[in-house]
Design a protein around this ligand. Sequence first.
Ligand SMILES: [Zn+2]
Length: 396
Amino acid sequence: MADRVIGAADLEARLAGLRPVGLSERGTNRLAWTVEDAAAGEWFATQAASCGLLVERDGAGNRWALPEGDGPWWAVGSHTDSVRDGGAFDGALGVAAAFAIAAAAPELPLAVVSFADEEGARFNTPTFGSRALTGVLDVDDVLARRDDDGVALADALRGAGVAPEGLREAPAALGRLHGFVELHIDQSRELEVAGAPAGVVSALAARLRARVTLRGTADHAGTTPPEDRRDALAAAARLIVAADDLRAAAGAPLRTTAGRILVEPNALTSIASGATVWLDARAAAPDTLDTWLAGLEAAATALSATTGVAIAIAVESRSAGAVFDADLRARLRAGGAPALLCWAGHDAGILAARIPAAMVLVRNATGVSHSAAEHVELTDAAQAATMILRMMEDLA
Ligand SMILES: [Zn+2]
């Protein structure tokens, strides 16, 4: 029995049914609460039936494939939604692998879970389903959101057969789980560089998002002498460079990005009166973020004094990251797989705050993800799935 392995052909056969759903020449489009999402649900039901599992949807729209009985069960899974023009493996691979594991070991009390709206691509609600399941989703906040077409999230939920009032009841389903393991495409080249087909995530990085608002004065681009200017865009540029210099000087793993900027009046012959910059920072340890943020505030104060531009930094969101279960990690690494820090957010990280959770990543030669170009070798994915199967056999 201990010699059972997951095969690449098994994964390919399962993925083949999901791959065409939402596929165009630009990539995979399976946004939450859409017809493509519903079609992915039909694929999920077919897979569950082939494994002899019963399909349920909880109050958050998460899809469960369950053995007979009341549980609690160990669960394996990921998500089937995608970003816009995403790839074929992010999320889908983890759900397909979960069904392969359940099919290979029908005697194990194993459930498969596909979390709703992991990407949050439509309503800016990432890890929606896992946050609802663990009771940390701000229900009033998300229900007020609208997508780019003006559709309210509550209406989108109803359209997808999920009652918005049920969101608050979603945590009741969490007690059915002993723990959760997610298999996912590596979104970096770390495993490729390490020469390993699979790795075990030790922790998800701590992260924060900050909005920096700069207030200057609009004036003529030609007639205003340098000493009379309060140029919000020039100050924003200096602050972006300062944020990156602070990152380089941190002396600890830290990644920062200035990914978005809005400028007023954004006119060719006007000095910018205002600029808003969004910064994303991620670190192995939360105190690295604290130190970086304190440095950024000091840089903003100094910049304000020299430029006359008022600068305010607001932290819009913050997460301490997640450390995965030590026992599960040790079991998964028994075969020698490397440990690695993961810089992205995942459902397994949300669950780790409440139940034992773990995550296995599959080598990605280019590191590309959230793109039609993302790719893994299914022989690598099969090895990663077999690591999870082995652990589930040991736990049973
Ligand atoms: Zn994903």
